[in-house]
Design a protein around this ligand. Structure first.
Ligand code: GRF
Length: 187
């Protein structure tokens, strides 16, 4: 499969997908990385893997729809047939979803449907749940709400902070995101 990856930040999930492709765990190619934040480390990682990256800074667009139209055009230009949101921190519009129906997945740091949104790790800690985790799901218009493809559980330990908990959740993200993509690649 020809992947397009969208990322806003560190890009550790981009990294594990690129590695899983390099070592043959996933039969795919990353055609392009789209990032919206000029400082995103994901862009450096792309360069290290020889992956083309395109900066589409949301600040340069008047509306979300304008940004998403440019995203769709960029994905099409690079012949992408499946999209991975790996820490994409912008709300998406129907334009983008309709361009790749059932072909956009996201990784989220909670056991959905609990703790949607950008503060999922903090909210799980505050709620006092003893188990949280991460979810790979299909993207639909409502945030963090599409059909669930894969999940992994992570226990919350008594001394956890947002940072320590997020780090342990990321270990599981880095396991299930490549696995989910591999499954998609296998039909
Ligand atoms: C991950 O925790 C992911 O679940 C969330 O954003 C974070 C991205 O991390 N959507 P990274 O940039 O891949 O390191």
């Amino acid at each position: 499969i020809k992947l397009g990856v969208m990322a806003s930040g560190n890009g550790s999930n981009f990294e594990v997908v690129a590695q899983a492709i390099a070592n043959g765990q996933i039969n795919a190619k990353i055609q392009v990385l789209i990032y919206n934040n000029p400082k995103a480390k994901a862009a450096v990682r792309a360069e290290n893997h020889g992956v083309k990256s395109v900066l589409l800074n949301h600040r340069d667009f008047k509306t979300r729809a304008d940004l998403d139209r440019q995203i769709v055009q960029t994905l099409r230009q690079h012949d992408v047939d499946f999209v991975i949101m790996a820490g994409w921190m912008r709300l998406v519009t129907q334009e983008l979803i309709d361009a790749f129906p059932d072909r956009i997945i996201n990784i989220h740091p909670s056991l959905l449907p609990s703790f949607k949104g950008v503060r999922a790790v903090e909210q799980a800690l505050a709620a006092g749940v003893k188990i949280t985790g991460c979810t790979v799901h299909l993207v639909c218009l409502a945030v963090d709400s599409g059909p669930i493809l894969m999940q992994a559980a992570v226990p919350i330990l008594p001394d956890d902070t947002v940072e320590t908990l997020h780090a342990r959740i990321q270990v599981q993200e880095h396991r299930i995101l490549p696995l989910a993509i591999a499954n998609i690649g296998n039909g």
